[in-house]
Design a protein around this ligand. Structure first.
Ligand SMILES: C[S@@+](CC[C@H](N)C(=O)[O-])C[C@H]1O[C@@H](n2cnc3c(N)ncnc32)[C@H](O)[C@@H]1O
Length: 212
């Protein structure tokens, strides 16, 4: 118990992701389930991207400005490219991942930038912001609250924010934190609009009202 609490306070997300990159490099295991094979991870992503796209597509246009926070190895960038969306930006902590994505996606209006969402402000306004399988790894509540405010400011009027969090059956650990939807609602000062089950987690949608 004491070890777990100590680890929780010692958790350094920068080191965590740097170690993960050192071990897996630009591979599906960097973001995916390390207990799964590559094929199992890709199958899971196939299901996840379909669920996600059906959840969101009626709320966006092909030219909506899309921001993908914690874009990882670009699975959702590939989805938006496949579906012919024209304006996408991915941000991630890991510089090597960002450099590889900028080389792989040589497409006008697709860009990738290294940014620490817990410490740095997002630039510009976006009609859609997604954050998939990221918030559970932001274990510090101060960081989490900074991130939520950061996102709300970066949403355009009527902008959509899609985020995942853990189910009540998922275990917390020193690098995984589960939060209730009421916590998101309080910090964002928005009511959740829609929820679905998503890969043993929940996916939530928020819509920012036009500001008066
Ligand atoms: C589990 S992966 C999910 C990636 C992608 N959204 C997906 O579903 O495939 C979490 C990602 O969040 C990134 N990340 C973690 N903390 C971050 C932070 N503070 N700022 C920006 N990105 C962060 C990691 O580098 C990693 O790529």
């Amino acid at each position: 118990m004491i070890t777990t609490i100590k680890k929780l306070f010692d958790f350094n997300y920068k080191q965590f992701w740097a170690k993960r990159y050192k071990k897996y490099g630009f591979d599906v295991h960097y973001c995916g389930n390390k207990g799964f094979s590559k094929k199992e991870n890709l199958n899971q992503y196939y299901i996840d991207t379909h669920l996600f796209y059906n959840f969101v597509k009626q709320y966006i246009n092909k030219d909506s400005r899309i921001l993908d926070i914690g874009c990882g190895t670009g699975i959702y960038a590939e989805l938006f490219q496949r579906e012919r969306y024209t304006n996408y930006k991915g941000i991630d902590l890991c510089k090597e991942i960002i450099d590889t994505l900028n080389t792989n996606f040589n497409i006008i209006n697709y860009s990738f930038e290294q940014l620490d969402i817990c410490k740095e402000k997002i630039k510009g306004k976006h009609e859609l912001i997604i954050m998939i399988n990221v918030t559970q790894h932001i274990v510090d509540n101060k960081d989490f609250e900074f991130v939520m405010r950061n996102i709300k400011e970066a949403l355009s009027d009527n902008g959509i924010f899609i985020v995942t969090d853990m189910n009540k059956d998922n275990h917390e650990s020193y690098y995984v934190r589960r939060r209730l939807i009421s916590y998101y609602e309080r910090i964002l000062n928005l009511k959740v609009k829609k929820t679905i089950d998503f890969n043993q987690k929940k996916m939530f949608m928020f819509k920012k009202n036009k500001e008066k």
